[in-house]
Each structure stands twice: as C-alpha cells, then as structure tokens.
Write a protein that binds this ligand. Structure first.
Ligand code: IMP
Length: 429
C-alpha cells in the first residue's frame, strides 16, 4: 500500500498533527489538500513543541517531501514566517523539502479584513472563524476573481488581478465594513516580493505527485480541520469553507480516486470544538473544565479555550461513512484516566424521536439531546503503555467498544503527546 489519507472525524483538533508526524517517518511525501492556516498542528519532538499551520507536518524529517496542493489557500506571509521559524530551529534547511501548487489560491490582505469585519457585524451570531481570511479566499476562488500562487511569479498578471479585485473589495471595505480602502501598489509590492521569495517552491505539484504515486512512493495526505467542519457535510453554517472529507483529496491535489487506498480517521477519546455551533454532548460543567485543563484544550491557532464534552458516536459514525474509514486512530486516551464512569453518546432524542444521524439543520442539532451509554473508567496512568495488552482492562474495553460501534479497527491508540507515546497496532506502510 502506498497512499494513506488522514482526516479528522470530529470538529478538528483531534491530534492529527501528532499522528501524521508519527507516520511521516514511514512516508516519502506528505501532502496538504484543503484549508489554510486556520489549521494548527502541534508536533512534539525530543520534548520540544513545534506548531505548524500551513507547512505539512513532514517538514520535521529532512528526507520527506512536503506538498501544498491546489485545494489549500495560502497566506504567503504566514508561510514565510513558518519557514523562517522552522529554519531557526534547525528544520527545513533545504528548499527542496517543500513544493507549493501554482494553482493554490492566495489569501490577500482584504480577505482577512473581510473575514474579521463580517464576524463583527454578525455579533452574537458569528461563526467564530479563525479570522485568517480563509472563507473570503475560497469565495474569490469560486467567484473566479482569486489570485493564485502562480500569479505571484507574473508581475503584470498580478498587478492586473489585484486592481480588478480591489474595485469590489474596497467598496465592501469602505461601505459595508467601515474600514479604510487598500492601496493596489502597496499590495502589489508586498506580494510580488513574496513571489520572489517563494518562487523556488512553486510548481505544478499535481504532476510531481502523480509521478511519485506511479513510482510506488508512500504518500500521506494530511487533512486539516474535522469532518463536522466540512462545508457540505458539517454543522453548516458553523463550518469552514472547504471540503474536509477524504474525497476532497482528489480535487485538492489532482489525484484520481482510483489511486487512493487507506483512509484513517482520527478520533479524540472525547469531543471538543472551537467556535460556535451545535455540540450535543458538550459538558458545560466542572468535568468539561477538567477535561480542558488535562487535555490542554486551547486552540493551537487562536489560543481560544475549546468547548469540551463526551465522545459522540453519532458524529464519529457520520465521519466513518462519509470518509469510508479503514482505520481509526484514537487519541488522548490518557486524558480520560481517573474519570469514571466514561459516557459516550450513541443516538440523539429529537422531538420525541430517537435518531442516529447528524441532522442537516443546525437548529435541530442544537435541540438534540444525547442518548448516553457508559463504561467504567480506569485510574492507572497509561502514558507509558506501548502495547494494547499493557492498557488497563477498562481502557481496552473503551477502545473495543468504539471498534464495535463503528466496525472499524483502531490501528493506533495514542496515550500522550510524545511521538513515542503511541500504541501502533497496524502500521500503514
Ligand atoms: P474558518 O476556517 O477560519 O473560516 O473558521 C470556521 C470554523 O472552523 C470556526 O468554528 C473555526 O473555529 C473552525 N476551525 C477552522 N480551522 C480549525 C481547526 O484546524 N481546528 C478546529 N477548528 C477549526
């Protein structure tokens, strides 16, 4: 097997970064296919913490090729900052470690202003976006007025496209969001300079990837966000602006579905979400607080406290089906140590009916009352366990219950933040 997709099965922050980082040691290529620097992957290596937002997690390995696909939206200033930061810590010493699609869209200064301005106007109805300009950049892509990474290398094209975009954006900024209009020359100078600096990375990555897969190289596709934040299948409108599901690997990189093999979903042993929107199994009490503190549940991108709750198997099974999962990576099991009983939702009650699907309407989701089952917890610390049999009996039972409820094997169980704190039951490559 040579291709593996890793996706989040909840609302993001399931620990994908650590999992991808762990599996990267066996991969030749790591690819981002959607989202942007709204994502934040916390990687821990030799006791040190590294957070990446845009550059694929494989960057910590000198021999791994990292690819940003056409489906990603890129803020070049963030990319530059990340590159400089990694380099100062001894990573990413070779430019050839990163390829960026010439078809990926660029997040421009007006996208960030519009993202923030729109949230301000929405007031209490806000989405709770990361404010990074992600949504407005995808809007421009669909409206066919976007600027692509390849345009940064063609000054005349870039100048013209900025002028066209600003005609509309400055009207919006001034009259709708009451902000100052932006100057075309200033943006052009800044972005043309980004083009010069990032030029060595920008190319037709689809062609490169197709070649790597044809050669039988091990390619890992790294999802960002989580399935419940998918623009079509998530808790709309409280979602991100891209398709997060595994199927978007094809459109977001240009690889045929016929080439894709394993699809693993990362399931956190409990649930969290940042931003607004329905979350039936949320714990708005001391236990929720305790999980937040023990699990360090604060946004890697925005630092916001994450809302915490019990595991929701309705959500997980929604993701199992949408992504066609062949494996589950269960993370943060150690955070549940000492909590007993451990509850998990298996259905919702809505208007007197029991349902086991995520309702399309956000108001229905907000009214849905979880139907819980529970299992006894465990008290033994599990951070040192390196095989499934070393886990306490009740912890094993929790894992097996999730496997039974999903019909998908738990291929990795993560018992702590360190790369080595992982029980790998089935290596992917
Ligand atoms: P946006 O992606 O910045 O437009 O934000 C839309 C929604 O997705 C908000 O609720 C964000 O908090 C959420 N979101 C975006 N990226 C992530 C992520 O990587 N982890 C968790 N939530 C995210």
């Amino acid at each position: 097997m040579s291709t593996l997709i890793i996706v989040g099965t909840q609302w993001g922050d399931e620990g994908k970064g650590k999992v991808v980082d762990l599996l990267t040691s066996r991969a030749d290529v790591v690819v981002r296919f959607q989202g942007g620097n709204n994502a934040g992957h916390t990687l821990r290596v030799a006791g040190e913490q590294v957070i990446v937002h845009l550059i694929p997690s494989g960057i910590l390995y000198p021999d791994t090729l990292n690819v940003i696909g056409n489906g990603v939206v890129i803020d070049p200033s963030v990319l530059m900052e990340e590159k400089i930061g990694l380099r100062s810590r001894g990573y990413f010493l070779n430019d050839e470690q990163l390829l960026i699609s010439d078809r990926a869209h660029v997040i421009m200064p007006y996208h960030k202003l519009i993202d923030v301005g729109r949230e301000e106007l929405l007031g209490s109805a806000k989405i709770g976006t990361t404010g990074r300009g992600i949504g407005p950049a995808y809007e421009d892509k669909a409206a066919r007025i976007g600027i692509r990474m390849g345009d940064l290398l063609r000054p005349e094209v870039l100048r013209n496209r900025i002028a066209v975009a600003l005609e509309e954006k400055n009207f919006l900024l001034e009259h709708r969001f009451k902000k100052r209009p932006l100057d075309a020359d200033t943006i052009f100078n800044e972005y043309a300079a980004f083009g010069e600096k990032l030029g060595p990375h920008i190319c037709d990555v689809t062609h490169v990837l197709q070649g790597k897969i044809a050669e039988g190289r091990r390619v890992l596709f790294e999802g960002a966000q989580g399935t419940l934040l998918d623009i079509d299948h998530g808790t709309y409108p409280f979602v991100t602006s891209s398709n997060v599901v595994a199927g978007n690997v094809c459109a977001g990189t240009g690889i045929s579905p016929r080439k894709l093999e394993q699809i693993w979903g990362v399931v956190k042993a409990y649930s969290t979400r940042v931003g607004s929107g329905g979350f039936p199994s949320e714990l708005k009490n001391d236990l929720g607080e305790r999980i937040r503190e023990r699990g360090a549940e604060y946004g890697a991108t925005t630092g916001r406290p994450r809302r915490c709750g019990w595991l929701d198997m309705v959500v997980v099974n929604h993701s199992v089906q949408l992504n066609g999962l062949t494996g589950i990576v269960l993370t943060k099991m150690d955070v549940l140590t000492g909590i007993s009983p451990i509850k998990f939702a298996v259905a919702y009650e809505l208007d007197g009916k029991v349902i086991d699907r995520v309702p399309a309407d956000i108001n229905d989701l907000e009214r849905a009352v979880p139907v819980y089952r529970e299992l006894p917890g465990w008290t033994e610390p599990i951070g040192e366990c390196r095989s499934f049999d070393e886990l306490p009996r009740n912890a094993r039972h929790y894992v097996e219950t999730i496997e039974n409820l999903t019909g998908v094997p738990a291929t990795i169980v993560s018992v702590g933040p360190g790369r080595e704190q992982s029980i790998v039951r089935k290596p992917p490559f």
